[in-house]
Design a protein around this ligand. Structure first.
Ligand SMILES: Cc1ncc(C[n+]2csc(CCOP(=O)(O)OP(=O)(O)O)c2C)c(N)n1
Ligand SMILES: [Mg+2]
Length: 710
């Protein structure tokens, strides 16, 4: 019995008499993917098998991408939002011979994805991990895997291109930035809420350089989409203001090409191409079933599928030489010509617009302009003080003045988060003004996070803001900023029960602990205006880490820095702000953010009573933990075990600094709705309580003989 008769559901296969080079290339992608998954005994073969013609057509015929220089700034971006179909991307990277790039953006001689790497798919240290990882495999434009993130990130990339074009394209250089952004997504991406947020904004902003390709295969893990997903996606996207087009058969390369041309010709809207495909295409027993989604086909099924393709059944990881050559003549040749022409133009641009060219160079290398910190303010001592969101607004604006590509906005909370760039001409980013520096993400926190990632990946310096409580809505995107090691700036205000009357729904409790548990993220919760200056200094100089700046809604005193230690200590994460005369304190009060002022009040009282106390301002655990032991021990001497941490939040994790015997003044509930003064009293954030806690600690940690005689 032939394989074809075993496959009643399979559409007719292509002619096997003399396969065209197109079909051979497509089948190479398919078989590499199947073999990679089979060798790993783990992975997702079905979708790469189905979408090989889509990947092939886009890369070979349309993508303006030079495999020799995969970081060329004006390259088209390809985002594999269905990260589980990673073998599709790895096959394309391998077959197009994309070069590896160093961390300093230098192209290396070796290929990014060797055949050996594909053979080691999903094995330790392979360039082909389970899901595509930015910074690990050159040519991977963004890390994907959590569904919905890739497409949403692609919106940020498309926005970034519009902004770059608006600022840097000049007469005679109208095409300096004109790249397109393509994202390949599936049913999962379409179901996730984040993609709706992002698509809605993309439609609103009329991002005509954005193309999503939706793999409409009707299959997810649990089975047919009839189980869960019967909405009319086309109508939904038309409603968002997208151009929607269909390709009825993923194997129809001509129709695919036509759809991509439609995208090119659409100048006023983003494009969605809905492609009907058959997951596990050509696998006689698994095609069109969820069984083809996330497990190896099995040796027998692999063989039968290969037979169906007219492929040598026993060959594994087989790449006909003609396929490499075919890609060299297609994407390779086209990409190199485009890239070389672009660099020739940029030489000319440098002569005509030297300042802009310099900006571009620095931005694209994640450097700051000279003199970026010249205008940063210094705040005078002020007992009444100001909210850290207010001081941050001043610092942000002083920095934005000298860093033209520092751009960002808020999820509809700009007037509260005070993140507006107010300088003349900064403008608002909109479909009518792609040069605006103030962004309005709408009430779409999760998409805002992904869009910030996309912006950062095209190398502008983005910030996004909101209430700290809504960090919960963004965590998925923030985790990817951290995983990708990209310097996105998150500004969160209303950082504690200090929001008062809004009550428990708006009072962050466990959010600080959440953020601190995320590897690679730098969080800073400054105590006063001058710590805010130092915090921005640290953040703006980060190259490879996202930052979270946590700010108050309510006023905090601007600390007298002649009396207490300079705010520059912030750069080390924690520093001794006030100390017992001559050092050697009996007790250490450790505070962050708005609670530091309270610690100082308690310190003054304790000192008055003859207690030797120290106050440590600890705006950033991450920065402090990065210091050497000597410094850490100088701030928190191991022998001083009487310690009190003071933070209006969950104490989760604080034992690291207080010890289990230490005292933690914290909040163990969700807060309450009341004026701040009442809340401070209710939750014990007052001087009297701190003084008592400090004394209790001293008593607890006194040597036992001393205790028994006293
Ligand atoms: C946010 C998120 N939730 C769940 C998963 C687990 N997951 C991986 S693939 C998948 C099914 C995706 O279906 P679809 O997008 O249609 O992909 P296909 O099976 O068609 O390739 C799920 C639920 C995930 N990767 N991300
Ligand atoms: Mg699907």
């Amino acid at each position: 019995m032939s394989a074809a008769t075993e496959t009643p559901t399979a559409p007719p296969l292509e002619s096997r008499a003399q396969p065209s080079i197109e079909l051979t290339s497509v089948n190479t992608i398919r078989t590499l993917s199947m073999d990679g998954v089979q060798a790993a005994n783990s992975g997702h073969p079905g979708t790469p098998m189905a979408l090989a013609p889509v990947g092939y057509t886009l890369w070979q015929q349309f993508l303006r991408f030079d495999p020799q220089d995969p970081v060329w700034p004006n390259r088209d971006r390809f985002v594999l939002s269905i990260g589980h179909a990673s073998m599709l991307l790895y096959s394309l990277l391998h077959l197009t011979e994309v070069r590896a790039v160093s961390k300093d953006y230098e192209t290396l001689g070796e290929v990014a994805v060797s055949l050996d790497a594909i053979k080691a798919f999903r094995q330790l240290d392979s360039r082909c991990p389970g899901h595509p990882e930015y910074r690990w495999t050159s040519g991977v434009e963004t890390t994907t895997g959590p569904l919905g993130q890739g497409v949403s990130t692609s919106v940020g990339m498309a926005i970034g291109r519009q902004w770059l074009a608006s600022r840097y394209n000049r007469p005679g250089f109208e095409d300096l930035f004109d790249f397109n952004v393509y994202a390949l997504c599936g049913d999962g991406c379409m179901m996730e809420g984040i993609s709706s947020e992002a698509a809605s904004l993309a439609g609103h902003l009329q991002l005509s350089n954005l193309c999503w390709i939706y793999d409409n295969n009707h299959i997810t893990i649990e089975g047919h989409t009839a189980l869960t997903f019967t909405e009319d996606v086309a109508t939904r996207f038309i409603g968002y203001g997208w151009n929607v087009t269909r390709v009825g058969d993923a194997n129809d390369i001509e129709m695919l090409a036509r759809a991509f041309r439609t995208f090119h010709n659409t100048k006023d809207r983003p494009t969605l191409i809905i492609v009907d495909s058959h997951i596990g295409y050509g696998a006689p027993h698994k095609q069109d079933t969820s069984g083809a989604h996330g497990e190896p086909l099995g040796e027998d099924e692999v063989r039968l599928a290969k037979r169906n393709y007219g492929w040598p059944e026993d060959k594994k990881f087989y790449v006909p030489d003609s396929v490499y050559e075919h890609f060299r003549q297609g994407i390779g040749k086209r990409g190199k010509e485009l890239r070389d022409a672009w660099f020739a133009r940029i030489e000319e641009y440098r002569k005509q617009y030297p300042d802009l060219a310099k900006e571009l160079y620095r931005m694209q290398h994640r450097q700051l302009p000279e003199g970026w910190d010249h205008d940063l303010p210094e705040f005078p001592t002020d007992a009444k003080g100001l909210a850290t969101r207010e001081s941050s607004a001043k610092v942000l604006n002083a920095a934005a003045k000298n860093i033209p590509w520092l751009i960002g906005g808020s999820a509809d909370l700009g007037p509260s988060t005070k993140t507006r760039i107010t300088q003349e001409g900064a403008g608002d980013f909109s479909a009518e003004n792609y040069g605006g520096r103030n962004f309005h993400f709408g009430i779409r926190e999760h998409a805002m996070g992904a869009i910030l990632n996309g912006l950062s990946l095209v190398k502008v310096r983005p910030f996004g803001s909101g209430f700290f409580i809504f960090v919960d809505y963004m965590r998925g995107s923030m985790r990817l900023s951290a995983l990708m090691e990209i310097p996105v700036i998150y500004v969160f205000t209303h950082d504690s029960i200090g929001v008062g009357e809004d009550g428990p729904t708006h009072q962050p409790i466990e959010q600080l602990a959440h953020m601190r548990s995320m590897p690679g993220l730098i969080m800073i919760r400054p105590a006063d205006a001058n710590e805010v200056v130092e915090a921005w200094k640290v953040i703006l100089q980060l190259h490879h880490a996202p930052a979270v700046l946590v700010l108050t809604r309510q006023a905090v005193p601007t600390i007298d820095r002649r009396k207490y230690a300079p705010a520059a200590g912030l750069a080390r994460g924690a520093y001794i702000l006030a100390d017992a005369d001559g050092g050697s304190p009996e007790v250490i009060l450790i505070g962050t953010g708005s609670e530091v002022a309270l610690c100082l009040e308690a310190y003054e009282q304790l000192t008055k009573e003859g207690v030797r106390a120290r106050v440590v301002s600890m705006p950033s655990w991450e920065l402090f933990d990065d210091q050497d032991k000597e410094y850490r021990d100088s701030v928190l001497p191991p022998q001083v075990r009487a310690r009190v941490s003071v933070e209006m939040a969950s104490d989760f994790g604080w034992t690291k600094y207080t010890g289990t015997e230490g005292s933690r003044v914290c909040i163990e509930t969700f807060g309450a709705s009341a004026p701040l003064k009442q809340l401070m009293k209710k939750f014990g954030f007052n001087m009297g309580h701190l003084v008592a806690a400090a004394k209790d600690q001293i008593a607890l940690h006194k040597p036992s003989e001393e205790r028994s005689t006293s």
